[in-house]
Design a protein around this ligand. Structure first.
Ligand SMILES: Cc1cc2nc3c(=O)[nH]c(=O)nc-3n(C[C@H](O)[C@H](O)[C@H](O)COP(=O)(O)O)c2cc1C
Length: 174
């Protein structure tokens, strides 16, 4: 499938079925994240696989919308390994960690879609709750979670999926 068709097909899955994600598919999804580009190639991403019932319970305890997914990844970055831009007059010290984590996550999200695995990007949580639940090291910053799994009979795109601004509203040729 052409990438543009894959991108059009993807939607946020909020009704995961019980079927587990096969190990080979999960490995490919993780590989897509591993080879994603990062600033200065520092690869500060730290990816936690949330698969055990105990880990999933912890994720749910943070209030994040796991939507019954059988597996998820928590993507963090290491603040001691991240690329920083020191000469940016808009920031005291710009840190590329969120961008690095986002491209790792996006790579995983589209690899999942290509494999027929649905996903949900999750940032609706308090970072401290995630740090506490998973006892993260002090140098790691949680950025987002990506819930993964197969659809259920109830699956459908939410109404927001169809709502995209017109090209002219978001793209300017300058
Ligand atoms: C940065 C970011 C944070 C998001 N956080 C959540 C979340 O916590 N819970 C949720 O249900 N959806 C979350 N989403 C999914 C968006 O709501 C969704 O992508 C958007 O409404 C467009 O719908 P679509 O993905 O079906 O096309 C998030 C998406 C992004 C990119």
């Amino acid at each position: 499938m052409a990438f543009i068709d894959l991108a059009r097909q993807r939607y946020s899955e909020r009704y995961f079925g019980d079927k587990p994600v096969e190990k080979e598919k999960l490995d490919l999804i993780l590989e897509a994240g591993r080879i994603a580009p990062t600033a200065c190639n520092y690869q500060p991403q730290r990816v936690y696989v949330i698969e055990s019932a105990e880990a999933m319970k912890k994720a749910v305890s943070t209030g994040a919308s796991m939507c019954g997914c059988p597996v998820a990844v928590l993507i963090c970055y290491d603040r001691e390994e991240v690329a920083k831009i020191r000469r940016d007059r808009c920031y005291e010290e710009y840190n590329c960690g969120e961008q690095d984590a986002a491209i790792v996550a996006a790579s995983m999200m589209f690899e999942a879609e290509d494999l027929g695995v649905h996903s949900l990007w999750i940032r609706g949580f308090d970072s401290q709750d995630v740090i506490d639940a998973f006892d993260l090291p002090a140098n790691e910053v949680p950025v987002m979670m990506l819930a993964l799994g197969y659809p259920s009979a109830k699956s459908h795109p939410a109404h927001l999926h169809a709502k995209r601004k017109a090209m002219e509203e978001t793209v300017k040729y300058i």
